[in-house]
Design a protein around this ligand. Structure first.
Ligand SMILES: Nc1ncnc2c1ncn2[C@@H]1O[C@H](COP(=O)(O)OP(=O)(O)O)[C@@H](O)[C@H]1O
Ligand SMILES: [Mg+2]
Length: 358
């Protein structure tokens, strides 16, 4: 299963990465941030370590370089940064590359693990001057934690409550000046006060075909594979504009080539291997095609309600709405109308079906 997910790599929004480190470990001596990062993801060996190794997002990189150099020049911490954008586009990568550029350390937390202010305290008391605290999925922190962050971000201080009941005392603790980097797939879910406390906000968008092709070629080199231009292009085309998926596909192609051919990856090998795991030339996987097939064959192309489609496919509506439909909408294969979902002409063509006239 793990293997399947690794290769097929849906754009899942689940908490990934090293951020799953339980909060209570933060106070103890544990693996260095670099070690944590390395163990984080199957493709973590391919994760860029410096800004110059990153592909695409050039405007973001340029702005960050200026901010970093200015902060270093002044001897101040970098302003807090918020990254938003769909999964797999480089939010965590930026959060690990920035501290490397600054020559400082990073602690990684996940919003889902910060259920109360006390979960945040070990991280905040552990920050060293000008170091980075990364909170992934920051939209998942509850209100109480969020409010606790306000003073930490603005004034670098927090209140700690000691004791209970009538004996309780609050201790105002000064923190080292640090940089908070937040990442979210749902910027809209962040409250305005929190959003406004980030001096730098960057949105990460989809990668172009050329950028992904460049990424595939670079990473093929890192993996000591020989992949020709046509094959790299094909892998890029089937990767949904997403670096994480391009890396996952590349890993599969490598396995396939190692077993089935002498290891060289030509266009034919790239095609055959990706066909074999059900990824077609638009980057759709089996579930996506199953969705289109249901909509076209059973509902004559729609309009059909989400629940009706979900019941017919025997999957939950949430899964379809969160994992399947976004890419189909982006690819202009389906429309969401008030009366329900409809397949577009492009979907009929792709599925090799002829629309029925009624
Ligand atoms: N700009 C980039 N250049 C090169 N590789 C990238 C880039 N963005 C992402 N990647 C690769 O894609 C993988 C997923 O990126 P990640 O930063 O974990 O995405 P996110 O945190 O936004 O979900 C990384 O491990 C990295 O190898
Ligand atoms: Mg991430």
């Amino acid at each position: 299963m793990a293997r399947e997910k690794f290769y097929d790599g849906q754009d899942s929004a689940e908490p990934d990465d090293a951020a799953q480190e339980p909060a209570d470990q933060a106070g103890e001596s544990h693996a260095s941030p670099q070690e944590i990062i390395r163990g984080a993801e199957p493709d973590s060996g391919l994760r860029p370590r410096r800004l110059d190794e990153m592909v695409g997002q050039q405007d973001v990189i340029e702005r960050l370089k200026i901010a970093i150099d200015a902060a270093l020049g002044r001897g101040e911490p970098l302003g807090h940064i918020l990254f938003d954008g769909p999964p797999g586009l480089g939010k965590t990568t930026f959060a690990t590359v920035i501290p490397a550029e600054m020559g400082t350390t990073v602690q990684m937390a996940n919003g889902a693990g910060l259920t109360a202010p006390k979960d945040l305290v070990p991280y905040l008391t552990n920050v060293s001057a000008h170091s980075v605290l990364f909170i992934d999925e920051i939209h998942r922190i509850p209100k109480a934690v969020e409010e606790y962050l306000y003073t930490a971000m603005e004034d670098f201080r927090i209140d700690i409550v000691l004791g209970e009941g009538v004996n309780a005392r609050t201790l105002n603790l000064e923190l080292q000046p640090f940089t908070l980097i937040g990442a979210t797939t749902r910027a809209g879910m962040l409250s305005a006060p929190l959003r406004d406390r980030f001096q730098i906000r960057e949105h990460l968008g989809w990668y172009t075909q050329e950028q992904l092709c460049q990424l595939v070629q670079r990473n093929a080199n890192k993996l000591s594979m020989s992949v020709n231009d046509a094959a790299a292009n094909e892998i890029a085309r089937r990767s949904r504009s997403t670096p994480r998926l391009a890396n996952n596909r590349l890993h599969w192609v490598r396995d396939y080539a190692q077993i089935k051919t002498k290891g060289d990856v030509s266009l034919g090998v790239a095609r055959d291997s990706l066909d074999m795991i059900g990824i077609d030339k638009l980057g759709l996987d089996k579930q996506d095609r199953n969705y289109l097939d249901t909509l076209i064959r059973v509902f004559a192309g729609g309009p059909a309600g989400l629940d009706a489609i979900a019941h017919t496919m025997n999957v939950s509506g949430d899964t379809l709405e969160d994992e399947v439909e976004p890419f189909l909408l982006r690819s202009e294969l389906i429309l969401r109308t008030r009366r329900g979902r409809m397949a577009t002409g492009k979907a009929f063509t792709h599925m090799k079906r002829v629309p029925v006239k009624n």
